[in-house]
Design a protein around this ligand. Structure first.
Ligand code: ADP
Length: 769
């Protein structure tokens, strides 16, 4: 309950100085009334000011026992600032004073300082006072009544020995006592230096130093027995350094530092510590964290920064009005073992010997820690380089293999080209003229020799083949595609050689064509010869066919000739009679002319069939062609008593064909069919001709009722010179099939459904496009 008494003034004080005093009075009233009742009254009365005070700035006065530059003060101050800055919701105004008691002391000085403080802070009294170090708290406690009697005090870095000496402390004085762990420090040092048999203790001459000397003399009793002690108290710095340099082996040194040496020279304990560590031939230990970095090994020491932070937290808790119990102040200030890593190295103390939880300062980073990034980058670069080298080696090996494979392949190709009399050529062209006639560089590589200029080659092409060659090359270049051409080239003997070239456009940077050419003169001549032979064969079979039809032809000619003769004789007789019947005579003449035309037409048809010449492809109506052919064979069919039945598909699409050749084909099939039915009774001799339309083709089928074709003969039928007829040539069907194939069609035989044979030819429909 007492806490409320302190909470109130701290809040009130932040409002105004006047209100501050009023709250003080209220607090006093509470004390007289008793804690419980007081707490209630203050709580009720101050509910509103508390709210008003929230967020206002509070005054905190820090009083340090020593001077401003004492490292312990600097560290403590730093901790205080950090602690206050951690609470931006509780802004405080810090005022700091330094008693500097190691240099200034005495009654007059203290009086002056009290006056100074009371006058300075009269208008702006502190809400909380923080006393840094024992002498500061002692000063505040002694002069509290004159200064700020009701302002709570937070102490830090105050020894528990002092606190015990002034016990009991007033209720509004808070803090965590500090016990310098001299014994713990020396014991740790002895663990690290197990052979140490001597302890040197260094102190100075001013009162604080003397007090430390006294403390140490008292505390050494707690150390293990058998340790030789060497008190170097109040020595002049020079002598001290000398003695420290010549310390016997197996000595360890302990010092709290000092403010003044034997000559009266002033030091800060930290400076003294630095000097001692520098001179000492033995490891030096202390209990002040501010000495770390001066060359001392370490010790169990409180952290001044942490003490500052703790002081700030306690002050803020008071401002917040936190009850003391809830503040959870530690019973003592922690004094963890702290060491300088470099000194551990220097004195050969293994890092493993440092207990867990110890704070190690100045740990020198390992090479890895210090140069981690450089090492990583360096390694990465090296790895990258190694990778690059491997890749390059691999690439070189691959390239060598490729080159070797290419050479092999080229050799094979040359061999193959030589064997096939092939020549390879490249036509490089940077102009629009694919033939390279104007500017393009072109090369013709005869497989057995060097590349030659292809332009010369092109220039030798037969004029009639040149447009076709140019067009094919240009198309290939334009479409980036392939080409295949045959052309004639002027031979040195004045004749022509046939060449076939095949190639493709190479989609490189510049347009060019790659290809091979081969001399095909022999093949071409053979083809031409074969074509001529075929034409001759066609002609021969046609003539032989016409031989068979001679009776029919004679019959067809006889009829008009007989009619002409009869009419001519009748005309003669009429002319002998008077008067001449002119109209009758005219009619007779007209008949003669008509019959003569008929005879002429028969002869013309025959002439066409007998004619020998190159095939001429034209659009043909197959129905009409079949009708015409039947006319030819009419008399032979009549003589042989063969009935013809036609079944024509209406409006057939035209086919592209040679009229004479296709007539020959139909003629042959009709004659064969009538031959096949020769042995049948007359009324059974029926020949059926059908035309039809299939997908993209016209069909023409000739069907008879003869004995049909034996299975064994089915494959042989179309072979040349295969005949079952006495005196038969066996060329008819072979010629028919080659005619069909020359028209990109086919000719097949099958058994007719009602018996007999059925020959069908399929001819592709003429492609109009
Ligand atoms: P040729 O008529 O001179 O024998 P073809 O090549 O025209 O020569 O005919 C070859 C053979 O095919 C004939 O000898 C005959 O045996 C057979 N053949 C042809 N047409 C028919 C058919 N319509 N019926 C049965 N066999 C046929």
């Amino acid at each position: 309950m007492q806490l409320i008494m302190y909470r109130t003034p701290s809040l009130a004080g932040s409002v105004t100085a006047g209100r501050h005093l009023l709250y003080r009075e209220l607090v006093r009233l509470c004390r007289t009334l008793g804690n419980t009742v007081g707490a209630l009254i203050v709580g009720l009365l101050l509910a509103s000011p508390t709210t008003l005070a929230a967020g206002a700035t509070h005054n905190v006065l820090v009083l340090y026992a020593n001077g401003r530059l004492l490292p312990a003060n600097i560290a403590g101050d730093r901790g205080l600032l950090e602690g206050f800055e951690a609470r931006p919701d509780r802004p405080v105004t810090l005022a700091t004073e330094f008693l500097d008691q190691t240099r200034f002391s005495g009654e007059d000085y203290e009086r002056t300082f009290v006056t100074y403080l009371s006058e300075k802070y009269a208008a702006l009294p502190p809400d909380v006072i923080i006393a840094g170090a024992t002498e500061a708290l002692d000063f505040m406690l002694r002069h509290r009544a004159e200064l700020f009697p009701r302002t709570p005090i937070v102490h830090m870095s105050v020894t528990s020995a002092y606190l015990q000496s002034v016990s009991p402390l007033p209720d509004d004085v808070f803090g965590t006592p500090l016990t310098y762990d001299f014994v713990g420090t020396v014991e740790q040092a002895l663990r690290w230096h197990p052979t140490a048999s001597r302890l040197a203790l260094v102190t100075g001459t001013n009162p604080w130093d003397r007090e430390w000397e006294a403390t140490l003399r008292a505390r050494v009793a707690d150390l293990r027995s058998g340790l030789a002690l060497d008190f170097m108290a109040g020595l002049p710095a020079g002598e001290l350094q000398q003695r420290l340099r010549n310390l016997p082996e197996d000595t360890i040194v302990f010092t709290p530092g000092f403010f003044r040496d034997g000559t009266g020279r002033e030091f800060t304990p930290r400076e003294a510590g630095r000097m001692i560590a520098a001179a000492s031939s033995a490891p030096v230990y202390t209990i002040f964290s501010s000495f770390l970095g001066t060359g001392i090994v370490g010790g169990r020491m409180a952290n001044y920064d942490e003490m500052g932070r703790m002081g700030a937290r306690t002050a803020l808790a008071l401002i917040d009005g936190t009850p003391p119990a809830a503040m959870k102040l530690p019973a003592t200030t922690p004094t963890p073992l702290q060491v300088d890593w470099r000194q551990l190295q220097r004195w050969g103390i293994s890092p493993q010997a440092v207990p867990a939880g110890a704070i190690v300062h100045f740990r020198e980073p390992t090479l890895w820690q210090a140069y981690r990034n450089q090492v990583l980058i360096g390694s990465a670069v090296m790895l990258l380089q190694a990778g690059l080298i491997v890749a390059l080696l691999f690439e070189r090996r691959r390239r060598r293999r490729t080159v070797a494979a290419l050479a092999r392949s080229e050799q094979h190709m040359r061999l193959a080209a030589r064997a096939a009399s092939l020549s390879t050529w490249v036509l490089e062209d940077d102009t629009a003229d694919p033939t390279g006639r104007e500017r393009g560089a072109s090369k013709f590589d005869v497989a057995t020799g060097p590349l030659v200029d292809f332009r010369e080659n092109l220039a030798q092409i037969a004029p009639q083949d040149r447009p076709g060659v140019d067009a094919a090359l240009r198309d290939a270049l334009d479409s980036n595609g392939e080409f295949e051409i045959e052309y004639r080239i002027a031979a040195p003997d004045g004749g022509w050689r046939w060449h076939a070239a095949r190639g493709r456009a190479d989609s490189g940077q510049a347009p060019r064509l790659l290809g091979v050419a081969i001399d095909i003169t022999e093949r071409k001549l053979a083809e031409i010869q074969a074509e001529q032979d075929r034409a001759a064969l066609y002609h021969m079979t046609r003539v032989s066919l016409l031989g068979q039809l001679s009776a029919s032809i004679a019959h067809q000619l006889n009829q008009p000739l007989a009619s002409i003769l009869g009419n001519a004789e009748a005309a003669q007789k009429m002319l002998e009679r008077e008067p001449v019947d002119v109209p009758e005579l005219r009619e007779i003449c007209a008949d003669i002319v008509a019959e003569d035309h008929r005879a002429a037409q028969v002869i013309r048809r025959l002439g066409v069939l007998f004619k020998r010449g190159d095939p001429l492809f034209e659009p043909l109506d197959i129905n009409e062609l079949v009708r015409d052919t039947i006319e030819f064979t009419r008399s032979i069919l009549t003589t042989r008593h063969v009935n013809v039945v036609t079944n024509f598909a209406p409006s057939l699409p035209p086919v592209s064909g040679d009229r004479v050749q296709l007539q020959q084909l139909v003629l042959n099939l009709i004659v064969n069919a009538s031959d096949a039915m020769a042995a049948l009774p007359e009324h059974e001799r029926v020949l059926t001709i059908e035309t039809g339309c299939r997908t993209d083709a016209v069909s023409l089928c000739v069907k008879d009722r003869g004995p049909g074709v034996a299975p064994i003969a089915m494959n042989k039928l179309f072979e040349p010179f295969w005949s079952t007829k006495p005196g038969g040539m066996g060329m008819g069907l072979a010629v028919c099939r080659s005619i069909a194939e020359a028209h990109r069609g086919s000719l097949t035989v099958s058994d007719a459904p009602g018996g007999g044979a059925e020959f069908c030819t399929l001819l592709p429909v003429r492609n109009v496009g």
